[in-house]
Design a binder for this molecule. Structure first.
Ligand code: F6P
Length: 468
C-alpha cells in the first residue's frame, strides 16, 4: 500500500484516458517486487474526485483509493508535502502546521486502512509504504488483528529536536507502532525513531526491538531497523545493454556537439535535491575557467513534481532564472552550458542519458536514499563514468567509492566535480566496479526479501495465524 499507485490516470489531448507511470523512487523500487510477489497494490490514482474499480495493469492488481479535491489539497499537498516532507528533510524549507490538514490526513489514512481491511485475506501480510500513511498501521491492527503489518519509511526520519516540532508527534508515532516491523533507509533514521519513542512514550527499547504495551498487561515486540532500499539492477543493466539504447546515448552526445565531458543531474524538481547548489558550483567553475563551455555541458533533468505547492512553484522560478542567467552568461552559439529539461522520461531514455554522462551529480541536501545514484551505477556495465554523491543521501552509506561531497560547501563541491571530470580512466573503472558490485548484490529483491523475512520471522506472526 502506498499513497500513489504505480500508474497515474491521465487523459490525452483527444480525450482518451490511459495510465502513465508515476514519478519517484518508490515506484521504481516496488514495481518489480509486486510483479514477483503477486498480491494487490492499494493506492491513489493521482486524480481528484474520480472512482475506479480494481483493475490489472501490466500483471499487477491495482486497488484505487479515491481522494476528493479538498483531500488532495489538505492531505497530499498540505500535510504530506508541506508539513511532513519539509519537517522530515531537516526543515530545509519551513513546514506549515494546519489543524485542518491534520484532520484530512487522519481521514484519508482511515480510508486506506479500511481499503486494506476489506481486501486482505485472513493472516495476510500488509506492507504500508511511506510518510503519507503513517497512521495506517495502528488503524489496520485495530480493524484486523489477524494481519501481519509492515511499514517502510522511504524518506529520512529526523532527529528528535526537529521531529518534536510536530503538534501531532505522539499520534504519528502511535500510528506507526501498530506495525510489527518499521523499516528505515539508514541506521541513523532508525536511531532517531527509537529516541523519539523513548522520549514521547518511555517504552523500553532493546536493540532494534521496542516493547509496546498490548493493553492486557503484556508487550508486543515491534522491530525498528534499517533496510536500505534498492533497484532492479539487472533490469537497468539489460536496458543499458540494448543496442537501441546505446545508439540513443551516442545521439545525445552528438546533439550536444560531442563535448569532452557531459555532466548529468536527474531529480524530481524538489528543494531537497540540491539543484541550486549544483548549478551554482557549475556556473562558478565555468566563470573561473576551470571548466570551459566548449568542452563541458550539464544536462539537468528536473521532472515536474507537486506543482501546486507554493515552495515548489518558488523553487521552479528560482531554478529557471538561474539556468537562464547561466546560459545567457556562459553559452555560445554552438555550445550550451546547461541543457535544462522540465520533463519526466521513460526508463529507456534515462538509461541512454546515464550511458551518455561522464559525471553523474547527486547533490541532495537531504534524501532518504536516492535511487538515481544506484540507477547510474547499474547502467554503467562499461565500468566507466564517475559519481559525485552527497553524504546527505542515504545511498552514501553504501556507495563509498563515489566522490562524496557536502553540497553546502560550494568550494568542496567544485573540487569534487573537477576531481570527477579529471579522474583517470583506470581509477574510474576501479571505483565503478566496486560500486556495481554493491548495487547488483544488494538489489531490490534482496531488500524486499530481508524486510519480509523480518516481518514473517519468528515472534511476529500473531498467535493462531499460519504464515501466508
Ligand atoms: O520517495 C518519496 C516519495 O514521496 C514517494 O512516496 C512518492 O511516490 C515519490 O516520492 C514521488 O512523490 P509524489 O507522489 O508526491 O509525486
Amino acid at each position: 500500500m502506498s499513497n500513489r499507485l504505480p500508474v497515474d490516470h491521465v487523459v490525452d489531448e483527444h480525450g482518451a484516458d490511459g495510465w502513465k507511470v508515476s514519478p519517484g523512487g518508490l515506484v521504481t523500487a516496488l514495481e518489480p517486487v509486486m510483479r514477483e510477489a503477486g498480491g494487490a497494490w492499494i493506492g491513489w490514482a493521482g486524480v481528484a474526485d474520480q472512482e475506479f474499480d480494481p483493475f490489472e495493469h501490466d500483471g499487477i492488481t491495482l486497488v484505487p483509493v479515491p481522494l476528493s479535491e479538498d483531500e488532495v489539497q489538505d492531505y497530499y499537498e498540505g500535510f504530506s508535502n508541506d508539513t511532513l516532507w519539509p519537517l522530515y528533510h531537516d526543515v530545509i524549507a519551513p513546514p506549515s502546521f494546519h489543524r485542518e490538514w491534520w484532520d484530512a490526513y487522519v481521514r484519508v489514512n482511515r480510508r486506506f486502512a479500511e481499503a486494506a481491511a476489506r481486501v486482505a485475506s485472513r493472516g495476510a501480510v500488509v506492507w504500508v509504504q511511506d510518510y503519507q500513511l503513517q497512521l495506517v498501521p495502528k488503524m489496520l491492527r485495530e480493524a484486523r488483528p489477524d494481519l501481519v503489518i509492515g511499514f517502510f519509511d522511504h524518506i529520512p526520519f529526523p532527529a528528535y529536536g526537529i521531529y518534536s516540532q510536530l503538534p501531532w508527534r505522539r499520534q504519528v508515532i502511535d500510528g506507526l507502532l501498530g506495525a510489527d516491523v518499521i523499516g528505515f533507509q539508514r541506521t541513523a533514521d532508525a536511531g532517531n525513531f527509537g529516541r523519539a519513542v523513548r522520549r514521547l512514550f518511555g517504552y523500553t527499547t532493546r536493540g532494534n526491538v521496542i516493547e509496546v504495551p498490548d493493553g492486557a498487561g503484556g508487550v508486543r515486540r515491534v522491530i525498528h531497523r534499517a533496510f536500505p532500499i534498492s533497484i532492479d539492477a539487472n533490469a537497468f543493466e539489460s536496458l543499458a545493454r540494448r543496442p537501441d539504447v546505446q545508439e540513443r546515448a551516442r545521439q545525445i552526445r552528438e546533439s550536444l556537439g560531442n563535448p569532452e565531458t557531459i555532466l548529468l543531474g536527474v531529480d524530481r524538481l524538489d528543494y531537497t535535491k540540491g539543484i541550486r547548489h549544483r548549478l551554482k558550483a557549475f556556473g562558478e567553475l565555468l566563470n573561473e575557467g576551470r571548466l570551459e563551455v566548449e568542452h563541458a555541458t550539464l544536462i539537468q533533468v528536473a521532472s515536474p513534481s507537486r506543482e501546486r505547492v507554493e515552495t515548489y512553484m518558488q523553487l521552479r522560478d528560482e531554478i529557471e532564472l538561474t539556468v537562464g542567467r547561466l546560459n545567457g552568461d556562459q553559452s555560445t552559439i554552438g555550445h550550451q552550458a546547461v541543457a535544462y529539461l522540465h520533463h519526466g522520461y521513460p526508463r529507456e531514455e534515462m538509461a541512454a542519458l546515464y550511458l551518455a554522462a561522464d559525471v553523474m551529480l547527486v547533490t541532495a541536501l537531504r534524501d532518504g536514499m536516492n535511487l538515481v545514484a544506484k540507477e547510474y551505477v547499474a547502467c554503467r556495465f562499461d565500468n566507466d563514468g564517475a559519481l559525485v554523491l552527497s553524504e546527505f543521501a542515504g545511498a552514501s552509506d553504501e556507495l563509498k567509492q563515489a566522490v562524496l561531497v557536502n553540497p553546502h560547501d560550494i568550494e568542496g563541491l567544485k573540487d569534487a566535480i573537477i576531481e570527477a571530470v579529471e579522474m583517470p580512466k583506470k581509477e574510474r573503472a576501479r571505483r565503478m566496479r566496486a560500486l556495481r558490485r554493491r548495487v547488483t548484490e544488494h538489489d531490490v529483491a534482496r531488500w524486499s526479501a530481508s524486510f519480509l523475512e523480518a516481518l514473517t520471522g519468528a515472534g511476529v506472526i500473531p498467535a493462531g495465524v499460519s504464515e501466508p
